[in-house]
Design a protein around this ligand. Structure first.
Ligand SMILES: [Zn+2]
Length: 414
């Protein structure tokens, strides 16, 4: 019985490594030839660069997967959570149980941060650097990390306090209260993210290209989209990868283009990419996603309310001290493992949304511009054009390049 969790972690680790292995073979076996669809737009050397980049990332990811599996087993079955909990109780016996819980979660978070930092350093300064994508300096790297830690403490500690307090005083239906608090907090973050949090890390300047601006506003008017502006973000400060995204909710919505994207694409292509982003908005994908994640959170908290009084739940995960905070830590860890097999379902829903947004872009913009823009982005980001089928089904939030472009080329709209 007590071996169930480590066995699950082992299975999960094996599955992840197997998927990476399949992806590695698919990329390796197709390295010598540019797929027929892309022959005119992507050279063999560019294709091989993206294969090598993908292979290097997979190799790095394999190590991360193994280390992460080991950490999960150490925290639970090897008793690290209980050990840290004992130390906190012994050295801070006068702290209230709520603060002991916050301290334990903070300690585990700090431990994770310390373990992740060498991986981050390697990823940024060796892997990305080797392929010419890294623009981050040591100073930016250190400042980013300091800001992230400070922000997690400022936002996380009060939220945890509120959660543990509600768990203590709200009786049997505490989980509904905690859920409401969580959702409220999330909505608040979404609202303040574009104006308060994101500017801590990047500069956001209004678009200053008159022709492009006219094009964009014409498109926005056409589909009745009201936003508090279009901004260009200095993504080039950290990396050469380009992107565009939506952020904020309500009146605080913004469209953000990476400066790298503006440099890489023509105004027509940018307009088509924007049309795709607007498709996500028009088809209410963002609201739907928020709905899905809030419902899953409710289910998780309900499960927790059932397990919280069961000693076997704690013991199976290497903890003897039955407290609210330990229950919350353990359910997050357990669900992280148990929910992994559902990843393909989430990826499928996300890919379906991408097709819908592409269909919308076809209607209000020019599909050839979108195709041209996408091919440039695949090229500039060195994304592989030849993923493994199963790997893509499992993880890809966007349809693989050839399928996506074939879908765009189709004449009929649903
Ligand atoms: Zn999209």
């Amino acid at each position: 019985m007590y071996h169930i969790f480590p066995i699950l972690v082992l299975l999960l680790t094996t599955l992840k490594l197997y998927l990476n292995y399949r992806q590695k073979n698919a990329v390796k076996n197709n390295r010598t030839k540019v797929p027929i669809k892309f022959v005119s737009s992507i050279s063999l050397s560019e294709h091989q660069k993206s294969a090598d980049y993908t292979l290097a990332k997979l190799k790095f990811n394999n190590i991360k997967i193994i280390i992460d599996g080991m950490i999960l087993i150490m925290l639970t079955s090897c008793g690290l959570i209980q050990y840290l909990d004992n130390i906190i109780i012994r050295y801070y016996p006068s702290l209230s149980i709520i603060f002991q819980g916050i301290l334990l979660i903070g300690t585990i978070g700090l431990l994770g941060f310390i373990i992740d930092t060498p991986f981050d350093l390697y990823h940024t300064f060796i892997l990305e650097e080797r392929f010419g994508f890294n623009k981050t300096t040591a100073k930016i790297f250190i400042l980013d990390n300091i800001k992230t830690v400070v922000l997690s403490v400022i936002l996380g500690a009060p939220l945890l306090y509120l959660i543990f307090w509600l768990m203590q005083i709200m009786g049997n239906l505490w989980w509904i209260w905690v859920w409401s608090a969580f959702c409220g907090f999330n909505i608040l973050i979404m609202f303040i993210y574009p104006t308060v949090i994101a500017p801590l890390f990047n500069k956001f300047l209004p678009l200053n290209d008159k022709t492009l601006e006219e094009k964009i506003y014409a498109l926005l008017n056409k589909c009745g989209f009201k936003s508090s502006g279009i901004f260009v973000m200095d993504g080039s400060k950290r990396s050469g990868h380009g992107n565009a995204y939506f952020t904020g909710i309500g009146k605080n919505k913004r469209i953000v283009f990476f400066d790298t994207l503006i440099k890489q694409l023509t105004p027509d292509e940018i307009e088509a990419v924007l049309a795709h982003e607007l498709g996500h908005f028009k088809k209410k994908h963002i609201i739907k996603q928020i709905g899905v994640s809030f419902s899953m959170l409710l289910a998780m908290l309900y499960l927790l309310s059932v397990f919280i009084h069961e000693p076997v739940f704690y013991n199976m995960l290497g903890v003897t001290h039955m407290t609210n905070y330990n229950a919350l830590i353990l359910i997050s860890i357990a669900l992280g493992v148990v929910s992994f097999p559902f990843t393909p379902l989430m990826s499928y829903m996300s890919r379906k949304n991408e097709f819908e947004a592409d269909d919308y872009a076809k209607q209000i913009s020019n599909k050839n511009h979108l195709i041209a823009g996408l091919v440039k982005l695949y090229k500039e980001n060195s994304s592989t054009l030849t993923p493994d089928d199963l790997y893509a089904k499992f993880y890809y939030s966007h349809p693989p390049a050839s399928i996506r472009i074939a879908h765009l080329e189709l004449d009929s709209n649903k």
